[in-house]
Design a protein around this ligand. Structure first.
Ligand code: FES
Length: 192
């Protein structure tokens, strides 16, 4: 009762002052929130862009050089024949799993003359298969065909199979592996 009487005795200026106080406190809250939001937004943007920056800059910062891998004695590879060699990428990381596996087609012409070809089609990268009977590499994805020396024979591939750099040392075939050969960084035979 006393409370309602006190309320009834209030002057209009008191009400105006109360409204002003509550407005100014809500304005303070809003501006405080605005000032807090900017740093939070900025930190969020930086956090969100870190993976993208890492993806773009990471390879430049830790460029790992290719390694020479011993494929074994040259006599393991019969002359005038092509063999598929499965191996692990020497640059694989502990979390690479299946993606750390790689393969190459080794074609021995005669003596120490070899070709070491990528298994990836130069159209869209599907793995090509070697067919001894026809002497052709064929791509199952869109029908790309390569001759036994890796040159493009027909279909959508724009060029022949990429070749890995290789050399023969002390009767062993060594192949430089790590990054896949590309148009900018084609492999090549060192000694042949
Ligand atoms: Fe080989 Fe398309 S990926 S022909």
């Amino acid at each position: 009762m006393e409370h309602s009487e006190a309320h009834m005795n209030r002057e209009p200026e008191d009400d105006a002052r109360d409204i002003g106080d509550s407005c100014s406190s809500s304005t303070d809250r809003r501006s405080l929130l605005r000032w807090c939001a900017w740093p939070i937004l900025a930190m969020g943007s930086v956090a969100a862009s870190l993976p993208i920056l890492g993806f773009l800059i990471g390879p430049l910062l830790q460029k790992r050089p290719d390694r020479w891998v011993d494929f074994g004695p040259v006599d393991n590879f019969p002359e005038n024949a092509t063999r598929l060699v499965d191996l692990l990428n020497p640059l694989r990381g502990p979390t690479d799993g299946m993606t750390g596996k790689m393969a190459a087609y080794v074609r021995r012409l005669e003596g120490d003359a070899f070709q070491v070809l990528s298994t990836h089609c130069t159209h869209l990268g599907c793995p090509v298969s070697w067919f001894q009977e026809s002497g052709l590499f064929m791509c199952p994805c869109h029908g790309g065909v390569y001759s036994e020396d890796g040159e493009r024979a027909s279909g959508p591939p724009p060029r022949g199979l990429y070749a890995f750099e290789h050399r023969v040392r002390k009767g062993h075939l060594h192949v430089r592996l790590g990054h896949l050969p590309t148009l900018q960084n084609p492999g090549r035979s060192v000694d042949v």
